[in-house]
Design a binder for this molecule. Sequence first.
Ligand code: THU
Length: 136
Amino acid sequence: MQKISESARIRLEKAARSAAARAYAPYSRFPVGAAVLGGSGKVYSGCNVENASYGLCNCGERTAIFSAVAAGERSIRAVAVYTPTRLPTAPCGACRQVIHEFGPDALVISVCDAKGRIETELSALLPGAFGPGDLL
Ligand code: THU
């Protein structure tokens, strides 16, 4: 279990909330903002990016993770996801698998427009995951 400071949690949550404003979601009209706390302590944000060829839509969480990795991060300590809903939403299965690659012990925070929030660990969202170690 990762120990994440209160100030890092606040930074992550703010970054996820503001990233949703940049979502490109003309088809689903379901904007998602996400932010990742890299091993270096830096925060990277992302939003969902949809496509007229629907199957190519990319989730906010994966956009944020790919941005972190492209900046040189190789581990993820926490992920925050924001949706403009009354209930918090957890990352989809594909995003759980991608989080696992870089942060098998990551904290996962989901926030929304109401008070409800989910704070859990990736290992609880994806038990028995397939990962890099399985290929050795
Ligand atoms: N979406 C995310 O960005 N993250 C998730 O974990 C679930 C779904 C996006 C994909 C698509 O653009 C829209 O939400 C509706 O599924």
